[in-house]
Design a binder for this molecule. Structure first.
Ligand code: CTP
Length: 458
């Protein structure tokens, strides 16, 4: 039952001043209309964690705030959240207002604001407003915020902080969230939660790893049960009927694979069996685990400016561990990029081709000939999947040989008296191979080389 509260003084010191001011104004606007206003979800969780001296690792503190308006006396107030957002936008004209009609929610979004930075505030209406409760019944008022919280995923996300008087600063904790924050556990609210919304399995893992919490044992059982009972298999089979769920699953995957804690998260997902959501056979074997870490080394080394999409490459490496005919369908189902799908389609063919041409201990020129047609992401993928020799050769190619160029260019050939034509490419390549294999080093070597192999025709 609701018990604790945070003193206004504490809130004022914990919350950045400009945000606190915004919250105060929101409360005043709500009170004036006879409504109650609550901060709910992640912001309350992170505020309490910060109170306990623990930073809410990985989330920019109070940049996303979810508000819920509650306490109606008639159904006409169903659009309360939207009305409040509109009223607040009058006071904050620099914020952009977005209204999501279907759910009667609104958002106020700041962008590069000098004071509020990129603050995003979602304002929802507690969702039991249409029920014909008798007006002015205080229990009803409490119950619609309770219902709103009851629908949420974990106890630590189901806390509400009241902003309106009376009882301003009161924490609504119907499900033991405060205790779970103290004992650092991710606990689900309902036994069926993961079956109804399998993306919550990914959320559970994400919160556990990010906050350094454990999965509460019963919750872990529910997760395993949901997976064993085939939530993900059903998800794949019924994709055509519910594409939105796949989209949400993909965004959870993306979220996790983008964070700096993706490695422990992936291990936890795997140990729960949650990689089944991609494919029933997908397992994080020691080999695959090694491959994703090798991939990470490649990305850090060869793509420091992040031109490639790193989370998608990680996913690609996971999918690449599946039997070759399964890869492209999985990637297509997840609506990954066309390039990723294409790479996965071609992977087996390219892998065989490379395995053949790079099988023996080769001169650098042969390696460059075999590899230069491929782009970086393909090479990285081929390195992951290749033998040790292939991997070493690709690594050498990327770190060293791909940077070497012929000592002369087309203009040099012209000034040496050669006539431009298709032969130029052949000559420049011949120079490159000779340089790569150490037969020539500088321009004068190159000129001697040309005189010998390509005497100028008179
Ligand atoms: N929520 C839920 N089930 C989901 C997604 C969200 O119950 N599948 C609820 C949770 O109560 C969550 C709130 O919606 O706190 C807001 O969702 P989101 O912004 O994704 O979560 P945050 O807790 O704010 O997480 P983060 O700190 O990562 O932004």
């Amino acid at each position: 039952e609701p018990s604790e509260s945070i003193s206004i003084q504490t809130l004022k010191t914990a919350i950045p001043q400009a945000i606190w001011q915004f919250l105060e104004r929101s409360a005043i606007a709500s009170q004036a209309r006879g409504w109650h206003l609550y901060v709910v979800g992640g912001a309350v969780r992170d505020l309490l964690l910060a109170q306990g001296g623990r930073a809410a690792n990985g989330r920019s503190f109070l940049q996303d705030i979810d508000l819920v308006v509650d306490g109606f006396h008639n159904a006409a107030d169903a659009g309360a959240g939207v009305e409040l957002a509109k009223a607040l936008q009058q006071e904050y004209p620099q914020a952009r207002l977005e209204v999501h009609g279907a759910f009667q929610t609104a958002a106020l979004l700041w962008h590069k604001d000098p004071i509020l930075h990129s603050l995003a505030v979602d304002i929802a209406t507690a969702r039991t407003e249409f029920y014909p409760y008798p007006a002015a019944n205080p229990e009803v008022e409490a119950s619609s915020i309770r219902q709103d919280l009851y629908r949420r995923d974990f106890t630590i996300n189901a806390l509400a902080l009241r902003l309106t008087a009376p009882h301003k600063g009161e924490l609504l904790d119907f499900f033991g969230g405060i205790l779970d924050l103290k004992s650092r556990q991710v606990r689900v609210l309902h036994a069926n939660s993961f079956i109804e919304d399998p993306t919550r399995i990914y959320r559970a893992v994400r919160f556990a790893v990010r906050l350094g919490f454990t999965l509460e044992p019963q919750t872990e059982q529910y997760i395993r049960y949901a997976i064993e009972s085939g939530v993900y298999d059903r998800l794949r089979l019924t994709h055509d009927k519910a594409p939105a769920l796949t989209t949400r699953l993909k965004s959870e995957l993306k979220y996790i694979l983008e964070t700096h804690y993706w490695k422990p998260a992936l291990q936890l997902l795997s140990s729960l069996g949650a990689l089944r959501c991609l494919h029933p056979q997908l397992k994080l074997t020691p080999q695959l685990w090694w491959q994703v870490r090798f991939l990470d080394r490649c990305l850090q080394r060869f793509d420091p400016n992040r031109r490639m999409i790193h989370w998608e490459m990680r996913l690609e490496a996971l999918i690449a561990s599946l039997p070759s005919e399964e890869r492209a369908p999985v990637a297509t189902h997840l609506q990954l990029s066309g390039e990723t799908i294409e790479r996965l389609k071609q992977l087996e063919k390219n892998r065989q081709r490379i395995a053949q041409s790079l099988s023996t201990d080769l001169r650098p020129s042969k390696i460059v000939m075999a590899l230069r047609a491929y782009k970086l992401p393909t090479l990285v993928l081929l390195a992951l999947k290749g033998s040790r020799t292939v991997r070493q050769q690709i690594w050498q190619y990327l770190t060293c040989w791909s940077q070497i160029s012929a000592p002369l260019d087309g203009n040099d050939l012209k000034s040496l008296g050669y006539n431009p034509g298709p032969q130029f490419k052949e000559m420049l390549d011949a120079l490159l191979w000779a340089k790569l294999d150490g037969a020539i080093a500088d321009r004068s070597d190159a000129e001697v080389f040309l005189q010998k192999h390509y005497p100028v025709s008179q």
